[in-house]
Design a binder for this molecule. Sequence first.
Ligand code: UN1
Length: 503
Amino acid sequence: MSSIRDEVTSIMETLGVSAELYQGGTLSVRTPVTGEIVASVRVTSAEEASAAIGRAATAFRTWRLVPGPRRGELVRLLGNVLRENKDLLGRLVSLEVGKIPSEGLGEVQEMIDICDFAVGLSRQLCGQVIQSERPEHRLMEQWHPLGVVGIISAFNFPVAVWSWNAALALICGDSIVWKPSEKTPLTALATIALFKKAIAEFGEVPEGLSELIIGEAEIGKLLSEDERVPVVSATGSTRMGRAVAEVVARRFGRSILELGGNNASIVAPSADLEMTLRAVAFGAMGTAGQRCTTLRRLIVHSSVYDQLIPRLRQVYAAIQIGNPLEEGSLVGPLVDGAAFTAMQSSLEAARKAGGTVHGGERVLVNGEESFYVRPALVEMPSQMGPVLEETFAPILYVLKYETPAEAIALQNNVAQGLSSSLFSNDLREVEVYLSAAGSDCGIANVNIGTSGAEIGGAFGGEKETGGGRESGSDAWKGYMRRQTNTINYGLSLPLAQGVKFDV
Ligand code: UN1
């Protein structure tokens, strides 16, 4: 059997990535599947990154003048290339991040979906015409391209998050500079190679329309600091997002932030417990707990606690942990040893805080260099300590509640505000949960889990999650500038608010 390194090389070759980009460089890429080094990627120097931003800024000046539907054509072709290469890119996601096959493929499907969405949108970047208070005047707004969009993405959705930003930015008339996670440069290189195929079919695009810069945090800082980049869209930890936001705000740039989540589901007395069980299993253990939307807190009514939790413990004890490349595995590896250490220290803190930990131990699947764990279910006496933090690992804290108001208060009483859900068949309870007095998160679901959002809705959340929105709905407005126009087509010059100024 060939090694993962050979398979990576073969996929990169097939997708048309030149070997010098991922062999002989200084950035070692390890597959979480076995922990072996599979590539050595060339990193971008500060000078090269600055030159790339310069090229993107120049490209913008041309691209902004291309009609929206024509820009949409480029994204349509990208969607087609992704369809044709879904299996290979999905497999590369599995190799580089350790996702199980259906999740690797699902990530590419998410890219295809946003391309389709953006193609339609390219004909609908609509402003409003507003009633003017003055006779023979038209008041309206237009949306114009904004400039270079910097994209900083995380390891866990190494390519889908790029596509949410890239597909929208491109149809909005912007150019893009992408800084992927230093843990996942291979899928980034592969994605850009696929985008080049779409460009080749499209015809001419300005040089620098899409740039890739690879490196550690300093290169992301450089992108955030650069005044030629009016928008920085960053996905990752709250710590990273705070640093980006401060730097971007100082120069009056715009940041779109999608940061940490501490997502909760409430299980009410009327919940369908079979459905809840399945949704909780996927939400908390899917992607080995490494989604920003992963279910991290389960808030269970005392009347159903003793029915649900023992069953959930059985599911946790039986879940198939294993090599994500093999059929049947549902929980693959953590991304690296640091993630394992962070998980263990959160579990230790939970124990100290009086929590009862089920699972959470290391499972040796592929030797000592890879980090597989049994997901942990932790019954907590109260919401404190590690329950208030996002640990990027499969830990589900369970809390008990008595009244609906108490459940909502528990859910909202954390610093993060990304995703949330309620399992209930009680109409009133559901409506209160979705009301202004209910969930304070950017995403609030009913009878489904917290993760696995479709691209059609706006994606993001409040508080320490950063407040930004990516993906569907009107998130495109974040990538354009709004211009308000008042046009006088009459022969007099009436002033607004009845002001007189006759000279
Ligand atoms: C992320 O983890 O950063 O809603 C994105 C979801 C996916 C996207 C997750 N569609 O779980």
